[in-house]
Ligand binder design. Structure first.
Ligand SMILES: *[C@@H]1O[C@H](CO)[C@@H](O)[C@H](O)[C@H]1NC(C)=O
Length: 492
């Protein structure tokens, strides 16, 4: 008897990180079953067919930097999206897998406790597949002893901050984390800004009675990011362990990372839409409006955008993620407006919750900019995240028999339109990209063979709870330079 497939995607232009061509795809049991030259599946038995009509067909997007339902993480702020709207927003924007954070508070010794709490928040609430990075703010002996258990629980990456007093680690704690990460083959993510420089600058600005949102940019000077990046690279090189510098905002930092990469060091870098589509002028709007774009590091200048694009094109940047970190603008208790008081009608920049939403707009912004080669686009928005975080080739690829049937299908052509927050599915009352002209949006999103987004026929078709937790293995990108050798203090 002839084979029956669950879904075909035909007449598209398939683009992966390595190949572009006119291929048709057959899906069975949630997996990619076949990828064959166009027309090669005619006559097969199938339950459902999508005619892509010449649109691009890509592996589903992976957004590996997403903050959802973090109860305490940004002093005073309340994360606007829990797992339900956050992952709904993801699939509507063509992202089939997110990696969010399991945040440990300073007073919580255990990373596993934070992981258990985060599982409870996500379980049965997700529209997309998901995993977590451990987020370590208390690198005491309990946390350090738990790295093998994290690995056993499918968590192969961990983030720490070099800024924010209630979150940051000091250099000796960072060394403890890096050494233990090396021993357990975990990928480390670093928020590289010098927290003390930021606190000191905040005091200088406040002394001069400069409180408006735009001074957030002054309080995060370029030097603070460059210094922390160079320190993170020095510390990780000393331990011989790979790190990823998250949300790089400036070409000078990218250039520094590029130099390290040229020396053969396993240093990876991430950038985000806010460093390509927002500038510091967006924080300098009348009244409190600029608070909508307060995030850390802050958006820089238009000239900087060019350097960041070049860094993506030439491979300095490994991944392009959203750093979705949503706060409701009008919420006076936990949103952006919580920083306003009668004495400070335009708020006080140091108390504006840091972050912008972006999980839904990430892919469309980057594709509409029409700047990257398509294979590079797939590489930085999906494939490399899968490789770095131990999901490849299950995710980030369209390999028959190996990859989940996670597919983002674009329009062959779409009239350009202006982005409006009304179009989005997050639980936030604004988008920092309001009014941005776009000429693409995902037409269909397919997650493990199910059509979860059909823009022209019902929008979100996926159901809450279909998204699965993904246990992750180790990175398949280059690791320590000398993995066979234990780190030993006698060697120095
Ligand atoms: C690649 O990009 C980095 C970061 O923007 C830059 O420093 C470097 O000069 C670029 N290299 C080439 C060969 O273009």
């Amino acid at each position: 008897m002839a084979e029956v497939y669950d879904l075909l995607v035909v007449n598209g232009v398939v683009v992966t990180d390595t190949e572009t061509g006119e291929f048709d795809i057959a899906v069975k049991h949630e997996k990619i079953a076949k990828v064959v030259p166009r027309g090669g599946l005619s006559g097969v038995s199938v339950k459902r067919t999508i005619d892509a009509q010449g649109g691009y067909v890509m592996p589903g997007g992976i957004d590996s930097h997403v903050h959802l339902n973090e109860p305490f993480i940004m002093a005073g702020g309340r994360c606007a999206d829990d797992y339900e709207p956050g992952t709904r927003s993801a699939i509507a924007g063509g992202t089939t897998t997110i990696i969010s954070f399991a945040p440990q508070s300073k007073t919580e010794p255990s990373l596993l406790a934070a992981l258990a709490e985060t599982h409870a928040l996500a379980r049965s609430n997700c529209y997309s597949d998901y995993s977590f990075h451990a987020l370590c703010t208390n690198a005491g002996p309990v946390a350090i002893s738990e790295f093998p258990s994290l690995r056993a629980a499918g968590i192969s990456s961990l983030k720490f901050f070099m800024a924010f007093e209630d979150l940051q680690l000091h250099d000796d704690e960072i060394l403890d984390v890096l050494l233990q990460a090396r021993r357990n083959q975990m990928t480390i993510l670093v928020h590289a800004e010098n927290g003390q420089v930021i606190s000191w600058m905040t005091k200088q600005l406040e002394k001069e009675h400069l409180f408006d949102p735009k001074y957030h940019v002054n309080s995060h000077p370029p030097m603070a990011e460059l210094e922390a990046t160079s320190r993170a690279i020095a510390l990780s090189t000393f331990i011989d362990v790979p790190i990823l510098i998250v949300h790089v905002s400036q070409p000078a930092v990218a250039a520094y990372i590029h130099e390290a990469q040229l020396k053969g060091l396993p240093i990876y870098a991430e950038t985000c839409p806010q460093y390509l589509f927002l500038t510091r002028e967006d924080l300098d709007k009348p009244g409190f409006e600029g608070a909508k774009c307060v995030c850390s590091p802050p958006p820089r200048s238009t000239a900087d955008h060019e350097g960041i694009w070049r860094g993506i094109e030439n491979g300095t940047f490994t991944i392009f993620s959203s750093d979705h970190c949503p706060f409701i603008f009008e919420d006076i208790e936990g949103g952006k407006k919580s920083s306003i008081s009668p004495e400070y009608p335009n708020g006080r920049f140091q108390y504006v919750p840091n972050g912008v939403p972006g999980v839904e707009t990430r892919l469309s912004l980057a594709l509409s900019a029409d700047r990257l080669q398509l294979q590079k686009f797939v590489e930085v928005t999906a494939t490399n995240a899968a490789k770095l975080y131990g999901l490849y080739p299950r995710k980030g690829a369209l390999i028959p028999g190996e990859s989940d049937a996670d597919i983002t299908i674009w329009y062959p052509e779409l009239d350009s339109f202006k982005l409006k927050n009304d179009m989005l599915h997050h639980n936030v009352d604004y988008t920092p990209y309001e009014g941005q002209t776009l000429n693409q949006w995902p037409r269909y999103t397919v997650l493990r063979g199910q059509i979860v987004w059909d823009r022209d026929n019902g929008g979100v078709l996926g159901v809450k709870g279909y998204g699965q937790f993904l246990e992750r293995g180790i990175s398949s990108l280059a690791g320590p330079l000398r993995p066979e050798k234990d780190w030993n203090p006698r060697d120095f």
